[in-house]
Design a protein around this ligand. Structure first.
Ligand SMILES: [Zn+2]
Ligand SMILES: [Zn+2]
Ligand SMILES: [Zn+2]
Length: 345
């Protein structure tokens, strides 16, 4: 989802459709964008008119939560609001139904904007440790809250930074999308982890971490509670994963001292990427366990087999027809070399 969708007109419920071949769900927006809008320059809001800046709260949808300065109720530090034009909406029922041979349902869920700072234009790596800690706390509190809704299966927190990564706003924000189905990419990871556990009775992520620490050549950075490394078979050059050393399937169960440490390693890694590529675009997202409530039995080993993590994907726009057609990626910089550059940055 692009930031530019924030400013589109309000519409009724969007629709989710299932690809019968791949089992992947897509969201079809109620209001179709005409061809001319695809070539329009993105509408960034300038600081003078930005509805996400402090003092212009009235121009944004009603606040869901915030972290405020102690003793000053007007001064928010992070703030969560519904998306200006949400793809997933909380009101309504799922309305699962057939459509000829196909399956569809209503786009129930949540779509929120996490405003990371009152300061317009501040890059994520320069938020500062205190502020980054508050951002991570905000992520955690939102996922914890949405997990209670039995209609929802998954909450994805993600960030778009830079034009190539779909960001339009210069105000620092992250996004949240809560969906009534588990997204395919997440499902593949969950299934892979479950299979590995069934075979070896060990968490694959804990094994990967042990292996990476043993070999050392793909490790970028290590803190007390986390490690950052370039995965052995990354999809993109300079792809970086940040993983907690303590086994835990849910990001929501992160401890206070781990939050500060995560802020440290995330800021540090983003700073390193920025120092190698001045104008870098990237996405990052958190992969955590799905909501287990509706199908508890299916996930009986989840607590042991899955391990939450954050993935950073630099966006260099060098994906070709080969990658799209085959799902087979070509790494123009090896993970060993990428981590060496990042270690030394
Ligand atoms: Zn702003
Ligand atoms: Zn683990
Ligand atoms: Zn993942």
């Amino acid at each position: 989802m692009k930031d530019s969708e924030l400013f589109m007109k309000k519409t009724d419920l969007n629709e989710l459709r299932k690809d019968p071949l791949l089992g992947r769900w897509v969201a079809v927006l109620n209001r179709s964008m005409p061809p001319s809008e695809y070539t329009m320059p993105p509408q960034d809001a300038h600081e003078e008119t930005c509805p996400l800046c402090r003092g212009r709260e009235e121009e944004a949808p009603k606040e869901i939560m915030s972290i405020r300065e102690p003793g000053n109720q007007h001064a928010w530090l992070t703030r969560v609001i519904p998306n200006f034009n949400p793809v997933f909406k909380i009101e309504g029922d799922l309305g699962r139904r057939g459509d000829g041979m196909y399956d569809r349902m209503n786009s129930i869920g949540a779509n929120e904007i996490i405003v990371e700072s009152p300061e317009h234009g501040r890059p994520p790596e320069d938020l500062g440790l205190d502020q980054m800690t508050k951002v991570i706390l905000t992520y955690r509190d939102r996922i914890t809250d949405l997990e209670r809704d039995p209609r929802l299966r998954y909450t994805l927190i993600y960030k778009n930074a830079g034009r190539n990564a779909g960001a339009v706003f210069s105000h620092p924000i992250s996004h949240l999308a809560s969906t009534p189905v588990i997204p395919k990419r997440v499902k593949e990871e969950l299934d892979g982890a479950k299979q590995y556990f069934a075979y070896k009775e060990r968490c694959i992520f804990c094994d990967i971490m042990r292996e990476e620490l043993r070999v050392g050549s793909r490790v970028i950075n290590e803190t007390r509670y986390f490690m950052a490394f370039c995965p052995y078979a990354s999809k993109f050059p300079f792809e970086t994963w940040i993983m907690p050393k303590r086994h835990s399937c849910s990001f929501q169960e992160i401890r206070h001292e781990e939050i500060e440490d995560m802020a440290l390693i995330l800021s540090g890694t983003l700073k390193k990427l920025r120092s190698l590529f001045t104008d870098i675009s990237f996405n990052y997202f958190i992969h955590t366990a799905p909501n287990r409530v509706p199908r508890k039995d299916h996930w009986h080993t989840l607590g042991e087999d899955f391990h939450w993590h954050l993935e950073i994907m630099p966006r260099f726009l060098n994906t070709s027809g080969f990658e799209w057609g085959s799902g087979f990626y070509i790494l123009t910089t090896s993970p060993e070399d990428a981590s060496k550059y990042l270690r030394e940055a």
